[in-house]
Ligand binder design. Sequence first.
Ligand code: NAD
Ligand code: LMR
Length: 328
Amino acid sequence: MKTPVRVAVTGAAGQIGYSLLFRIASGEMLGKDQPVILQLLELPMEKAQAALKGVIMELEDCAFPLLAGVVGTDDAEVAFKDADIALLVGARPRGPGMERKDLLLENAKIFTAQGAALNKVASREVKVLVVGNPANTNAYIAMKSAPDLPSKNFTAMLRLDHNRALSQLAEKAGVAVGDIEGLVVWGNHSPTMYPDYRFATAGGKKLKDLVNDESWNRETFIPKVGKRGAAIIEARGLSSAASAANAAIDHIRDWALGSNGKWVTMGVPSDGSYGVPEGVICGVPVTTQNGEYTVVKDVEIDDYSRQMMDKTLAELEEERSGVAHLLG
Ligand code: NAD
Ligand code: LMR
């Protein structure tokens, strides 16, 4: 029997948590031979703690053979203690009359505290995935608040955008989703993101040739992927949850177990390549192996792509400068 992996999840009693925890406990994220201990964080309010208790009761009732323990807490230092993986899902939702800037500042407080707690008690190899919005900037704040942990351990979720793009492309080109390789979504998890299939292939054929429709790319595909989150909210009256949980599982599974040479999109701290300012957490193409990700280098950036990337980078920089005063 392998040693259990400690997986911390914040916002565990929320909608994404409810779609996520049962799949982690059944082995879909780390493998069918890998026991896990779930360390679940919720707000201290009575309602949140009661809901968390109910979720834990349901986890018990599944009798998952791989679930080696569950901890429920309102204390980040308990949830993150020796955590090997931390899924930061809980965040302050946008309230009535709240501007994006206000949302950023409210979440900055949460992710400063959680970054500091990770810094203090998590495994030094902890893999952190930030899902709570604004995901890229929240990940940046957590990373900056955890100076004793390697920056590369902090990532933001663009995998949902990547999966959305795969699905749209597969339908348009008449190919199987699983056959598509070489896709990336650059930038921020926001409508400014740039889904880019210039180098994608399916079964050895170029997607560009199969689609052969640049106006579809610019006028339908890019905006549709960028605004998909809003379209889900419009349709469901709630933001995406099952697909977001699925993307979180894909992100961590590939990071931990490898992507078999395939490009996947991760929001990672920039090393300065592609004109992304150093440290900014930006969606880029990566491959993963042996628990590490490697940014795919030397992807050609043409004029249109530069323009699209500059737009999403300007937004990321604006978000970063909006929270700079909180980070010392
Ligand atoms: P939700 O409101 O259903 O659940 C969030 C949970 O987090 C709640 O139970 C709340 O009590 C808890 N929470 C809030 N602040 C917390 C804190 N400081 N510590 C611990 N728990 C805390 O929301 P949801 O639908 O699960 O979505 C969670 C977040 O994920 C939102 O910010 C949403 O915008 C974001 N999201 C991101 C993506 C992405 O692709 N990156 C996709 C979908 C949703
Ligand atoms: C999504 O992409 O579905 C979410 O980020 C939308 C949201 O605002 O929660």
